[in-house]
Design a protein around this ligand. Structure first.
Ligand code: BTN
Length: 266
C-alpha cells in the first residue's frame, strides 16, 4: 500500500502552511478531528489519513476508505458567525473540492446535489460536514472530504461498485494523492477566507457545476421514492423541484437524497 508522507504533501503546497497532520490509519478523520477540536485544536487544523477503518458518509452511510487508494481529509473551522451562515458550507466545500481536482488532474468535475463529486455520471467522492458543540470554545465545524484516486473498479465493494469511479480511472493517467491533498488544503483555505465575504460568487459557481438541475430525479426519503424534475438551486442551496402532480417545492440536504431516474447520476 502506498502511503502518502507529510513531506511529499508539503512539497506540493504553493506556500508553507501550519496546523496539519498526516496519520497512517484512523477510524474516521472527522471523528479524530472532533476529539482534537474538543482538546482545543485551532481554526484551520487539517487531518489527513492514508486509510479509514470506519469512514463515514452523509445520512448515516459508510464511506469506503481503503488504504493507499484515496484522499481522506478533514478540516476544522471555528467561524465566528451565526449558525445560519454555516448552512452553505457543505455545498461550498464541494466547489472547493472540484477546483482542487481540476487543478491536479485537468478533468471537469460536477456536483450532484447537494455535494457529491461526479465525473461522467460516476461518483468520485463526497463531503461530510458536522457541527461540534464545544462548551469551552463555541461551535466548530468539521468538513471531511473523501476522494477516490487510484481505485480500479474491483477495489469498490458491494453496490458502490456500480456507482463509483476514481480520478485515475476517469483521466487515464496516474494521479498524485499528495498533490491532491495539498490542493484540497489550499482550496479549503481559500474557501474559508473568501466564501463568507463573497457568497454570491460561490453560489453562481455552485449552480454552474450542479449537474442535477434540468434532470429527472427521484427524491428518496426513508422508504418513500417520489419522481420529480429538478428546476434549480435556491439562494440557500436547496434544490427546487417540480413533482409529478405539478407541485413545486424546495428540498433541503439532510431531508432527502436524490438519485437520477436511470441510475446514480444519468
Ligand atoms: C458521502 O459521500 O456521503 C460523504 C463522504 C465523506 C467521506 C469523508 S473521508 C474524510 C472524512 N472522514 C469521514 O469519516 N468522512 C469524511
Amino acid at each position: 500500500m502506498a502511503t502518502i508522507k507529510r513531506q511529499e504533501i508539503a512539497a506540493c503546497l504553493r506556500a508553507p502552511r501550519e496546523n496539519w497532520l498526516v496519520l497512517d490509519a484512523v477510524d474516521s478523520t472527522n471523528t479524530n478531528l472532533k476529539y482534537l477540536a474538543l482538546e482545543g485544536a485551532g481554526d484551520g487544523t487539517v487531518l489527513i489519513a492514508n486509510e479509514q477503518s470506519a469512514g463515514r458518509g452523509r445520512l448515516g452511510r459508510s464511506f469506503q476508505s481503503k488504504g493507499g487508494l484515496g484522499v481522506y481529509l478533514s478540516v476544522l473551522w471555528r467561524p465566528q458567525v451565526p449558525p445560519q451562515d454555516l448552512m452553505a458550507l457543505p455545498a461550498l466545500g464541494a466547489v472547493a473540492a472540484c477546483r482542487a481536482v481540476e487543478r491536479v488532474c485537468g478533468i471537469e468535475v460536477q456536483i450532484k446535489w447537494p455535494n457529491d463529486l461526479v465525473c461522467r455520471g460516476k461518483k468520485l467522492g463526497g463531503i461530510l460536514t458536522e457541527l461540534v458543540s464545544d462548551p469551552n470554545r463555541g461551535a466548530a465545524v468539521i468538513m471531511g472530504i473523501g476522494i477516490n484516486v487510484c481505485h480500479r473498479q474491483r477495489d469498490f465493494d458491494g453496490e458502490v461498485a456500480d456507482i463509483a469511479s476514481s480520478l485515475e480511472a476517469e483521466c487515464g493517467k496516474p494521479v498524485s494523492r499528495s498533490a491532491l491533498a495539498a490542493a484540497l488544503m489550499e482550496e479549503l483555505d481559500l474557501l474559508r477566507a473568501d466564501a463568507l465575504e463573497t457568497p454570491q460568487r460561490w453560489l453562481e459557481e455552485y449552480r454552474g457545476r450542479c449537474m442535477t438541475v434540468g434532470r429527472e430525479v427521484q427524491l428518496l426519503s426513508g422508504e418513500e421514492r417520489r419522481q420529480a424534475f429538478a428546476l434549480g438551486v435556491d439562494d440557500q442551496y436547496g434544490l427546487t423541484v417540480r413533482e409529478a402532480d405539478g407541485t413545486v417545492q424546495t428540498v433541503r440536504a439532510g431531508e432527502v437524497s436524490v438519485r437520477g431516474m436511470y441510475g446514480y447520476a444519468p
